[in-house]
Design a protein around this ligand. Structure first.
Ligand SMILES: Nc1ncnc2c1ncn2[C@@H]1O[C@H](COP(=O)(O)OP(=O)(O)O)[C@@H](O)[C@H]1O
Ligand SMILES: [Mg+2]
Length: 281
């Protein structure tokens, strides 16, 4: 994995996957994604933060593109100010000559990589203008500034992620965009699976992992009482990691779960109570 600084406010990661990423399938997402890829249909990964979207796309890139000599996956961390030029590319002046630099979407379309636009926001119209031609059957990427039209090769795939709970209506994906994609919904894994993930990723004992998975279920039930998002698998892994390093379970859970989830005192107290009902020290 390498991070590239493009000189602009854009964070791009190119993955070269050597080892199989650890991913436990939750439902039918692997099959759906595989068939979407084979059918050249773009995909949206929907779900709360820390629910496994990034890990899943890395796993799928590895699974589908083991033989690929170049980067199988190019990930762009999106934000509101991301422009079409950030994605497509731009002319830079170097040694008094102008030189075209491909942006991440262009690079993916040239080399046939999976292009993952993480947390895409459609606040800007020019994002839509880029995405739509790539999603129809011809899979074209027009680079207006260069007068070039790229036809994406077989290995290219456009994948977006978005968090329905977190994004506001104005930033929501438009119907005209979302109806061009197959959607895969991510939710938190079932208790036993989540315990396995926590143990494997944090290295904590299976007993601690099981307790954290149980705590997660209880905390997620608090969503009905005003907690906007349940505790993510990621936070549970953080808790497991601290405990493994010798931090007492209750203290670990307070720092990683209670304080991270909310600033509201009452809710914090309720979560802490749940923690104390599961851990004794
Ligand atoms: N199904 C899964 N199999 C293996 N690990 C998982 C799974 N779901 C979540 N994880 C773990 O949770 C962490 C957070 O998931 P991530 O993919 O970063 O979430 P998201 O991209 O949805 O915010 C991952 O780094 C991984 O350790
Ligand atoms: Mg992610």
């Amino acid at each position: 994995m390498s991070k590239k600084n493009t000189g602009h406010s854009i964070s791009v990661e190119e993955f070269k996957l050597v080892n199989e990423p650890f991913y436990i399938p939750i439902k039918n997402e692997v099959k759906i994604f595989e068939e979407a890829y084979n059918s050249k249909i773009p995909v949206i990964l929907k779900g709360p933060t820390g629910s496994g979207k990034t890990r899943f796309i890395e796993y799928m890139a590895w699974k589908l593109k083991k033989e690929s000599p170049s980067s199988p996956l190019i990930t762009v961390a999106c934000h509101e100010d991301l422009t079409a030029s950030d994605l497509v590319g731009r002319y830079l002046i170097e040694d008094q000559t102008t030189k075209w630099i491909d942006g991440p979407i262009t690079r993916a379309a040239r080399i046939g990589a999976i292009c993952y636009l993480d947390e895409v926001v459609e606040a800007r119209k020019d994002t839509t203008v880029l995405i739509h031609p790539l999603t129809d059957y011809r899979r074209l990427l027009p680079i207006e500034k260069k007068g070039e039209l790229i036809e994406a090769p077989d290995g290219f795939m456009l994948v977006l992620s978005y968090n329905p709970g977190y994004q506001s209506i104005t930033k929501d994906l438009k119907q005209s965009t979302r109806q061009r994609f197959v959607s895969i919904e991510f939710d938190y894994p079932p208790e036993e699976t989540e315990a396995k993930i926590i143990a494997k990723e944090s290295g904590c004992s299976t007993k601690i992992a099981a307790s954290l998975a149980l705590l997660a279920i209880k905390v997620r039930n608090l969503r009905e009482y005003g907690l906007s998002e349940g505790v993510s698998t990621r936070l549970l892994i953080y808790a497991g990691s601290l405990i493994k390093k010798g931090v007492k379970p209750i203290e670990a859970c307070i720092s990683t779960i209670v304080w991270s989830l909310t600033d509201e005192r009452e809710l914090q107290d309720s979560i802490e109570e749940l923690v104390r009902s599961i851990f004794t020290e």
